[in-house]
Ligand binder design. Sequence first.
Ligand SMILES: CC(C)(COP(=O)(O)OP(=O)(O)OC[C@H]1O[C@@H](n2cnc3c(N)ncnc32)[C@H](O)[C@@H]1OP(=O)(O)O)[C@@H](O)C(=O)NCCC(=O)NCCS
Length: 253
Amino acid sequence: MDGIIEPRREAAERLRGYFEVQLRFAETITARTARPLADTLREVTNLHRRFGLGRARAGPASEGWARYAEGLARCASAAERLDWTVAFFADAPPEPPGARRFGCFSYELQDEDQVVRIHFSNRDSGGDRGPLVRAKADRRVSELREMFGHVRARHGQARAVRGGSWLYNLEAYRRLFPRDYGASAFEPERVRLDGTSSWGQLLDFRGTVKPAVAQALLDNIGQGDIAAPWRAFPLRALSVESPIAPFYRLYGV
Ligand SMILES: CC(C)(COP(=O)(O)OP(=O)(O)OC[C@H]1O[C@@H](n2cnc3c(N)ncnc32)[C@H](O)[C@@H]1OP(=O)(O)O)[C@@H](O)C(=O)NCCC(=O)NCCS
């Protein structure tokens, strides 16, 4: 879905369901705390980033977020808060272009450029099937071959590869990488919720919400530990890390 350039207002309407789940999730938490809804939203949803405001950091809110929070405070109902969120997104600047992309993949360097961190977003434009189906695995592997060729040529000092995502629960994703990388998966103590590493599981390949996953998430947070809200996600974001040499071998770069 990300592969198609979509007018901002259409994207906002498509994402309405995604925003609704995020609002309901934060409202459920807020009902059990004394914190303002806007603070909870900044921490446990990815709205800050979707509004083009970057990572949500602790401390005073950015100017853009303060404007969103003001509008939110004027809303009298959940329906009004959703309309305001959709409208705010529609008027927000696009997220700043990140790193260079290799199809569905991109990377960033961490730990003094010794570690390559992998990111995935759906840039596949292939019709009515998702990007991770077996029939498209060769396409994904070619993207990884190109990316790791680029990494090897530009960042010879890189020693390891790292990831953190719900996607590492899926064999359909793990099969794209060296076996030991997927096998290294563990559940971290804390998971940030201001990105896509947990929230991504709510979306299907068309970029619309999977209703059963949304329902399970909202049921879980209603009964769960609000001090560890990431545990309410049906699939936990997993951390993975392993040496880079097997990646070069697997992709032949
Ligand atoms: C990743 C994404 C495209 C998957 O959507 P989708 O509609 O399930 O896509 P696909 O049809 O390609 O799914 C492929 C495979 O994943 C499996 N799968 C997807 N979600 C699953 C879930 N919640 N539980 C179990 N399996 C799941 C499917 O069964 C399928 O496997 P199979 O072909 O072996 O049967 C979609 O969730 C997305 O774009 N998310 C946002 C991006 C993201 O999460 N990035 C991570 C950033 S850290």
